[in-house]
Design a protein around this ligand. Structure first.
Ligand SMILES: [Fe+2]
Length: 385
């Protein structure tokens, strides 16, 4: 990813993007200094600066598995099972994919240094046991990025995103709600991934937007908002209280990392009263990100068996609301992973290092639940020892 120049600059030239709400971005008389912060580029260039309309006529971000690759996957599953190892130890050396592996390595480059996302399509979840399907997901994912990360303090490595209205607490959590979610990043992980085990009866699309495109719109129209986003005074409440920037520019890469729940609170995570509130400028900056992201977003109609891999540093994601049906195949069920590649991973800003370390450190508990688990559970196995 390259930058066209270095800040500070005034009003860099950029082609207007259709649909971007100009009123919301009109010059603000009370704005901060209208120049970019030192070291930030006038404009980002490269393949990650896409909009949804740019990609409306292509589907080359989807890798559709052919018969040869299906056969390689099935053979790799049988080979791995013959080794009698725990499922989470699966990786390229013990899950050989002679020709598909080459494609997946290329996709890893596309995710890290290209458009920042891809979909692998064609797996029929009903043709695998849950154990084997999870093995396929971990095995394929290991070619994209070999390190898997914890996703919470409990050490959950596989997070199941399913509607759960069994308790008020569960139904309000993003993981278990059916409501739409605004654009955000996961708190850690270079790549965020989902396996769709089943889709909802209606809605539930995965929607993504390029942080690079959002940056370019702001840099051209409201550089003061870039200044606000780059300040280290954003009072994040989750996963712990920390004041840090929302955006970083390191080694010619833009990194965005935020969620509105961590800054404004949510039904599941009300903001503690003793924590500072956002300033008007910060709220305005969050609203500008959401407005530009929605104007430039790309919607992906997910199919059962789809594996999504998304650059969590340069691409934002959100979900639309959904309605589940009565049958199990009409109930939305995603399995999420956080991934990092030692070879392709981006440098992690100092302010985010702790979250990355907590996620990817070797020591500490790791749980690999193949099915959604209640909040409190006994470790149980389906098979005898
Ligand atoms: Fe998310």
């Amino acid at each position: 990813m390259s930058a066209a120049g270095a800040g500070p600059v005034l009003a860099p030239a950029i082609t207007p993007i259709a649909g971007v709400p100009s009123l919301a971005l009109a010059a603000n008389a009370s704005a901060d200094v209208p120049v970019l912060p030192p070291g930030f580029p006038a404009q980002l260039t490269g393949p990650m600066t896409w909009t949804g309309s740019d990609l409306a006529t292509t589907s080359d971000y989807i890798l559709v598995l052919n018969d040869t690759w299906h056969a390689e996957i099935k053979a790799a599953v049988e080979h791995y099972k013959s080794l009698d190892q725990d499922g989470h130890l699966v990786g390229p050396p013990n899950f050989p994919l002679p020709t598909l592996g080459t494609e997946l390595k290329a996709l890893s480059g596309e995710i890290h240094n290209g458009r920042g996302f891809c979909i692998i399509r064609g797996i029929d979840p009903s043709s695998y046991s849950v154990e084997d399907l999870t093995l396929v997901y971990l095995g394929i994912g290991s070619y994209i990025a070999e390190q898997r990360g914890r996703q919470d303090k409990r050490g959950n490595m596989l997070v199941h995103i399913v509607a759960d209205n069994s308790t008020e607490q569960a139904s309000e959590h993003h993981r278990h709600s059916t409501k739409s979610i605004t654009f955000h990043n996961e708190e850690a992980g270079d790549v965020i991934s989902w396996l769709t085990r089943s889709t909802a009866a209606a809605g539930g699309k995965c929607i993504i937007a390029s942080a690079y495109t959002i940056y370019n719109v702001l840099a051209a129209t409201r550089p003061d908002i870039i200044r606000t986003l780059a300040r280290s005074d954003w009072p994040f409440a989750l996963p712990r209280f920390q004041c840090r920037p929302v955006i970083f520019y390191r080694d010619s890469r833009l990194i965005m990392n935020f969620g509105r729940a961590a800054l404004l609170g949510s039904e599941a995570h009300p903001r503690p009263h003793h924590l500072p509130s956002l300033t008007c400028r910060q709220v305005e900056a969050l609203d500008a990100i959401e407005a530009i992201a929605q104007a430039t977003q790309m919607e992906i109609q997910t199919q059962a068996g789809d594996m999504h891999f998304i650059n969590n540093m340069g691409v934002l994601h959100r979900r639309e609301s959904f309605i589940n049906g009565k049958s199990p195949t009409e109930k939305r069920h995603l399995v999420r992973m956080r991934l990092r590649s030692a070879e392709q991973g981006w440098p992690v800003p100092l302010e985010l290092e702790r979250e990355w370390h907590e996620a990817f450190k070797e020591e500490g508990v790791k749980h690999w639940h193949l099915e959604p688990m209640p909040l409190f559970f006994f470790p149980m196995r389906r098979q005898p020892n």
